[in-house]
Design a protein around this ligand. Structure first.
Ligand code: NAP
Ligand code: GDD
Length: 350
């Protein structure tokens, strides 16, 4: 009997990409299952609008407790849900933090993927049930880049415990494809941002600070290396590429990028400029934000994704900065209203 809708399991559904992917899949008519790790506070802000909709318009979104460190729990979920597609977005995803927590990063970001792949392989062996799997690989794997632009064939040279963990996850996924015939694909995604980006990644840190400075809620912004260059795209565009990969008959790996690069300094210029401010009046350097080893330059070549998947990014760099600044200005305005009403105590702790 065929199922009426496709069923997807998204790990990392509470993160930036997970929230956009859940929206995208729900719009395509999928039944979406999300893995959520237990926390003492709610961590579902990015998907609350989707979750609320369930009661209003019957959208099929189901959340399950689980953790990438718990292989038994992951295997049980895979058996119970029997998804058609698994999107593995869960990770300790912060590069700077990975220098402080290398073992944890390896467990969750690297070995966690192996746990999922084993669960999928077991189900395929036991029940002949094929699951398509997407692995969130990263341009951080190129690290000290061997060539520019970076493409699928560029050798890897990771520069952080996070990059090394992602490289293990990438190769174990490729290995399970070659060894066991699993339908598994890796998207080597370059940096992608949005108003839902975590506040400690540099773009969001800048847009949050610039807008708060504009409204007098903050006076300075402390950053590290302003000369690092990244190929920054919009997260909403990139989740479509993930889905397209799993719709192909043959699994494969693809670079997903805008094919343009800008420095952190240029991001500052544009973000503060949008608000009529000069970033040089407000940005100061703090050595704490430098990394033991840096990735100086990332610039992707996404010809393969564009040619074979028919994918292309829609949001340009200036549009992305504008999108993020405008959203954070609205957030800062709300913060200002609460502050003026003497309601600081209900603001999130910073
Ligand atoms: P993110 O916002 O940091 O989200 C990470 C997600 O992983 C969150 O839902 C987080 O849950 C979950 N998670 C962390 N540790 C977990 C654990 N032990 N068990 C289960 N879930 C766990 O990251 P993102 O920007 O959306 O990125 C999504 C994926 O793409 C990540 O794997 C990242 O490494 C990779 N990637 C991102 C980029 C980028 O530029 N954004 C580029 C290339 C690759 P909580 O909400 O509970 O923290
Ligand atoms: N986070 C942060 N904070 N980065 C800073 C700061 C700061 O105060 N000042 C300068 N930077 C520089 C970093 O040194 C880095 O060169 C660059 O800004 C971007 O840093 P992040 O925004 O933290 O992103 P990332 O490139 O290290 O990692 C992101 O992209 C990867 C893909 O290449 C993450 O999303 C990873 O999960 C992802 O795989």
């Amino acid at each position: 009997m065929t199922r009426p809708t496709k069923r997807a399991l998204v790990t990392g559904i509470t993160g930036q990409d997970g929230s956009y992917l859940a929206e995208f899949l729900l719009d395509k008519g999928y039944e979406v299952h999300g893995l959520v790790r237990r926390s003492s506070t709610f961590g579902t802000q990015r998907i609350e609008h989707l979750y609320r909709d369930i009661h209003e318009v019957e959208r099929p979104l189901v959340l399950h407790h689980g953790d990438m460190a718990d292989g038994n729990g992951l295997a049980r979920l895979i058996r119970e849900i029997r998804p058609d597609e698994v999107y593995n977005l869960a990770a300790q995803s912060h590069v700077r933090v990975s220098f402080d927590q290398p073992t944890y990063t390896a467990d969750v970001t690297a070995v966690g993927v192996l746990r999922l792949l084993e669960a999928i392989r077991d189900l395929q062996d036991a029940a002949g049930y094929q699951i398509r799997f997407y692995q969130a690989s990263s341009s951080e794997m190129f690290g000290k880049v061997a060539e520019t632009p970076q493409r699928e064939t560029t050798p890897f040279h990771p520069r952080s415990p996070y990059g090394v963990a992602k490289l293990y996850a990438h190769w174990i996924t490729v290995n399970y494809r070659e060894s066991y015939g699993l339908h598994v694909s890796c998207g080597i995604l370059f940096n992608h941002e949005s108003p839902r980006r975590g506040e400690t990644f540099v773009t969001r840190k800048i847009t949050r600070a610039a807008t708060r400075i504009k409204l007098g809620l903050q006076s300075k912004l402390y950053l590290g290396n302003l000369d690092a260059r990244r190929d920054w795209g919009f997260a909403g565009d990139y989740v479509e590429a993930m889905w397209l990969m799993l719709q192909q008959d043959t699994p494969d790996d693809y670079v997903v990028a805008t094919d343009a690069t800008f420095s952190v300094r240029e991001f500052c210029e544009q973000a503060f400029g949008r608000l009529g401010l000069d970033y040089r009046d407000f940005v100061a350097i703090d050595q704490r934000y430098f990394r033991p080893a840096e990735v100086d330059l990332l610039l992707g070549c996404s010809d393969k994704a564009r040619g074979q998947l028919g994918w292309q990014p829609r949001v340009s760099f200036p549009e992305l900065v504008t999108l993020m600044v405008d959203a954070d200005l609205e957030l800062a305005r709300r913060e200002q209203v609460l502050r003026d009403a003497g309601l600081n105590s209900i603001l999130p702790l910073r």
